[in-house]
Write a protein that binds this ligand. Structure first.
Ligand code: PLP
Length: 426
């Protein structure tokens, strides 16, 4: 495959955009080489600026669960655009999407729309702090909740002390209110809660993690988190930006059978347009402005084009719940195919999967948290990534990302992917 035009466009982009991209993972820093510039996409395929056709396993990092340029979504957006693109005033479609989203997920009474997953998580934490009157939160190493200051935190010295900034520009003052725990480590969480008794507003978690590969929580861990939160008056925030409307109609709350206090959404809920949302029971949501004291706002929040895309997407999913099973079966098929090739070739690996999220880790050890995910062999991953790309398969350009299957992928596409792997020297 040839990537001359992509490389030229990247060189040009770097002159005007920091790193040539508007979100760092797109720059291929983890795998080397130049990023692919996309010209268009349809169904399961990306078509790049050099005329290559790629089987896509990231689906815009999750939103395009039914494939690219899915007609009902595109038609809804085009039709809506004819009547104006933004008003900064209420529109009926916001209520329609709110009503539908709430009816699909367990346990949520009201929802507020924002423009990204970052905004949703940032606002959810502010609301939790306002509602509980407490300042501190617990997050888990390797979970990503967007790039707002409170989440750009790494473990500080000593497990029960506060975190420290992991990006310049985040202040120590902010970092001291974010405590870090390890995923699947209930004892560690209990220790943190004890050491900060009465000071915690929320525990925020990706209920199925997708930002350190795909990592599934143990039952004991999740039930334990729920119990601790209930006992201590801490709000449990499920960040369902990845999992919401992807794993099932009711997302991770449904499949894990755990009720969160606040849930954040993004990706699928916007059908490929910029939408995030957070939802909770009435008592909590009514703490938000204009009825309550916690301020939160947005010029383009509830934007009519974005709402149309989200409404069309959720309507399609709600009318065809089989799609979640179909996606999970495809993920299982891919899992088995990749595992068979790697096993036969004696390449150390772990494959983690839940529903349509899947990740391949080049390590012998089970991947259950950030530390075990970080043990994956990145040199092997790079060969795997570039080998697949050369053969027309586009995987996430980082070993820490989950693949997001879309239902436009055919079994022929999956076979082509598995066959591509057979040709690669790892
Ligand atoms: N939460 C999770 C679990 C995510 O995966 C992401 C982004 O990938 C975010 C939040 C942030 O969403 P956004 O990139 O829309 O700001």
């Amino acid at each position: 495959m040839i990537y001359q035009r992509s490389s030229a466009l990247f060189t040009e982009a770097k002159k005007y955009i920091p790193g040539g991209v508007n979100s760092p993972v797109r720059a291929f820093k983890a795998v080397g080489g130049d990023p692919i510039f996309v010209k268009k996409a349809k169904g399961a395929y990306l078509y790049d600026e050099d005329g290559n056709k790629l089987i896509d396993y990231i689906a815009s990092w999750g939103p395009l669960i039914l494939g690219h340029a899915y007609e009902p979504v595109i038609n809804a957006v085009v039709e809506r655009a004819q009547n104006g693109t933004s008003f900064g005033m209420p529109t009926e479609i916001e209520t329609e999407l709110a009503k539908l989203a709430i009816s699909m997920v367990p346990n949520m009474d009201k929802i507020r729309f924002v423009n990204s997953g970052t905004e949703a998580c940032m606002s959810a934490v502010r609301l939790a702090r306002g509602f509980t009157g407490k300042d501190k939160i617990i997050k888990f190493a390797g979970c990503y909740h967007g790039h707002s200051d409170s989440f750009l935190i790494q473990a500080g010295s000593g497990a029960v002390t506060f975190g420290s900034p992991n990006s310049p520009g985040v202040t120590q003052g902010t970092a001291k209110d974010t405590l870090l725990a390890d995923y699947n480590d209930l004892a560690g969480v209990k220790e943190l809660v004890q050491a900060n008794k009465g000071e915690l507003a929320a525990i925020i978690i990706e209920p199925i993690a997708g930002n350190m590969g795909c990592i599934v929580p143990t039952d004991e861990f999740m039930k334990g988190l729920r119990d601790i939160c209930t006992q201590e008056g801490i709000l449990l925030i499920f960040d369902e930006v990845m999992t919401g409307f992807r794993l099932a109609k009711g997302g991770a709350q449904e499949v894990l059978n755990i009720k969160a206090d606040i849930v954040t959404y993004g990706k699928v809920i916007g059908g490929g347009l910029p939408v995030g949302a957070f939802a909770a029971r009435t008592e909590i949501m009514d703490f938000l402005a204009p009825d309550g004291p916690v301020y939160q706002a947005g010029t383009l929040s509830g934007n009519p084009l974005a709402m149309s895309a989200g409404l069309a997407m959720l309507t399609e999913l709600n009318n065809n719940l089989e799609v979640f099973k179909s996606l999970a079966k495809k993920a299982e098929y891919l899992h088995e195919g990749i595992a068979a090739v790697l096993t036969e070739r004696k390449v150390a690996h772990q494959i983690n999967r839940y529903g349509s999220m899947i990740s391949v880790h080049f390590t012998d050890e089970p991947v259950v948290d950030f530390a075990s995910s970080a043990k994956g062999n990145n040199e092997t991953f790079k060969k795997y990534f570039h080998g697949m790309l050369e053969r027309g398969v586009y995987l996430p350009p980082s070993a820490f990302e989950s693949y997001f299957l879309n239902d436009a992928l055919s079994y022929e596409d999956l076979d082509a992917t598995i066959n591509a792997l057979k040709e690669i020297e790892l």
